[in-house]
Design a binder for this molecule. Structure first.
Ligand code: FAD
Length: 485
């Protein structure tokens, strides 16, 4: 990088990454406070940079999120510069072109991102730039938390207790009301040229039925959740047919809203039972816990945290995997979840657990294949939460569900979707199936099937595996690794 001897009053470059918001944005706040011109930048980093491949569903979201951020900045007399390349190359050019004196960003905690940022910080520092990074993507910095014996946490409950005992996260900062412009604006690329949206076919059309990306929509969603859904969260959050959760995860994944803003919005709510608030906050802290795990175990998305699972003999069944992705396993709750994922780029948390368990334990397919599929299809795909959750279900992760706890897709369906409303929403071919059989159509008498217009193997698939036998097979496979060192 060229030594540019930056002018002391040159503008500040603020690098937006997974913080596509004006509210509670510490880097933006500091750049405005500096009193210099501010140049907001978003860089489309090459996939080989390792900062996490962008899944197709999240690319759709990113397009709309960048558009929204760009509009918000314009309303404050600013602009969003869109550039492509390795950050070190992009900044080398920009520093010369703009005479910038500093670069600010909010920290990210995925290992590849940390690598890129660390190297860049050194190089920019070497040429006299002021480089500052700030917290804000998660509630608490992951490096800060250690168990009594000085090691990172691997069990959630003591992690939660430590965070709880440390007091409230810092209060969020309000969005700036004006952003000083630089004397000149560098040329930006055009968002439309990035081709983030699917074209032919536009498979994301159905996403619009349920999602509105962007910071304004995130803040509105938070308010609606507090007003209408938080009361009763503890009881409702496990029922996929209810609108019982916040649905904030895709907004959080790209940083359209900060977790501190969410946390503080749940303070001093006199009309909401404490147990609902605490249960919700604990979920929010699972996100921090996932980042804590990823930060201290950079291979979390790739390697079993518990290395004994390295010897697990996975089945290499491409056909079964394909049927799982298409929601054609013959188990209605699994199929409904996988079709919700395809239609809306999301899946209810309870059903994510059931569908993941089915892939890993009933089909004996490596959790990494499921993790990759979710990464590509979820609008909330998150390197920490996705990997940690898949390892949790597989039993190979930290504080994981034990492998021998195999979810029964029929009983789970009957417990959490008792009248089959969720199944019928996403598996319309079971629309007329009586409640008694909606989670077990393969046990329905012929007259019931005929009455419901279902022909197994034709209008709806026969079960891909017999769950009881699949469970035995999974436990036998687990038996081969459970005593390994
Ligand atoms: P709420 O119930 O309203 O919870 C509030 C917030 O807490 C969420 O937005 C989320 O940020 C966080 N949260 C809730 N549950 C968890 C959890 N178990 N782990 C980590 N954070 C949590 N979540 C993602 O954000 N991205 C993923 O890629 C992802 N992949 C998953 C894969 C599997 C196999 C499983 C079982 C879970 C996964 N989750 C993931 C966690 C969880 O399913 C979603 O965060 C949740 O469904 C989002 O809905 P919500 O915003 O309405 O959650």
């Amino acid at each position: 990088m060229q030594n540019s001897n930056p002018p002391p009053n040159g503008p500040i470059l603020i690098w937006f990454r997974k913080d596509l918001r004006l509210d509670d944005n510490h880097a933006l706040h500091a750049s405005v406070q500096s009193g210099r011109g501010v140049i907001p930048v978003y860089i489309r980093e090459p996939a080989e940079n390792g900062t996490g491949p962008l899944g197709a569903a999240q690319a759709w979201w990113l397009h709309h999120s960048l558009h929204a951020l760009s509009e918000s900045l314009s309303n404050l007399g600013s602009s969003l510069l869109l550039l492509t390349g390795k950050p070190q190359d992009v900044f080398a050019r920009l520093v010369v072109e703009t005479g910038a004196s500093g670069i600010y960003w909010n920290r990210r905690y995925d290992p590849d991102g940390i690598g890129v940022d660390g190297a860049l910080k050194n190089r920019l520092g070497d040429i006299g730039m002021t480089v500052k990074s700030f917290a804000g993507q998660i509630l608490h910095e992951p490096a800060r938390w250690k168990t009594g014996s000085g090691t990172p946490y691997r069990v959630y409950t003591p992690f939660w207790r430590a965070l709880e005992a440390s007091g409230e996260p810092d209060a969020p900062l309000d969005a700036p009301t004006q952003i000083p412009a630089p004397a000149d604006w560098p040329k930006s690329e055009k968002l439309a040229d990035w081709n983030l949206l699917p074209a032919k076919p536009d498979w994301a059309e159905t996403f619009r039925e349920v999602w509105t990306p962007g910071e304004a929509a995130a803040l509105e969603r938070l308010q609606d959740f507090i007003d209408e859904t938080l009361d009763g969260y503890k009881a409702n959050r496990d029922l996929p047919a209810r609108d019982g959760t916040s649905r904030l995860s895709p907004h959080l994944a790209l940083g359209e809203i900060s977790p501190a803003r969410i946390w503080h919005a749940t303070r001093n709510l006199k009309d909401v039972p404490v147990e609902d608030i605490v249960t919700f906050r604990k979920e929010l802290v699972w996100r921090d816990f996932s980042y804590h795990l990823l930060f201290h175990n950079p291979d979390l998305p790739r390697e079993n945290l518990n290395r004994r699972y390295d010897r697990f003999e996975w089945a290499d069944d491409g056909d079964a995997f394909k049927l799982w992705t298409k929601g054609r396993t013959g188990y209605p709750i699994v199929d409904a979840g996988m079709r919700q994922l395809w239609r809306h780029g999301t899946m209810h948390n309870r059903v994510r657990m059931i569908a993941a368990s089915f892939l890993i334990k009933d089909l004996l397919i490596d959790w990494r294949r499921g993790e990759a599929w979710f990464r590509d299809t979820l609008v909330d795909a998150d390197p920490a939460s996705n990997a940690a959750s898949w390892q949790w279900v597989a039993g190979s992760g930290a504080d994981a569900s034990p492998f021998f706890r195999v979810f029964n897709p029929i009983l789970q369906g009957e417990k959490f979707d008792p009248d089959g409303t969720y199944v019928k929403t996403f598996v319309p071919e079971l629309q007329d199936m009586p409640t008694k059989f909606v989670h077990r159509p393969f046990e329905a008498p012929a007259t019931v099937l005929t009455g419901a217009g279902v022909t197994l193997g034709e209008t709806y698939p026969k079960p891909l595996v017999d769950h009881a036998k699949a469970r035995d097979r999974a436990l036998a496979a687990y038996g081969n690794v459970k005593d390994a060192a």
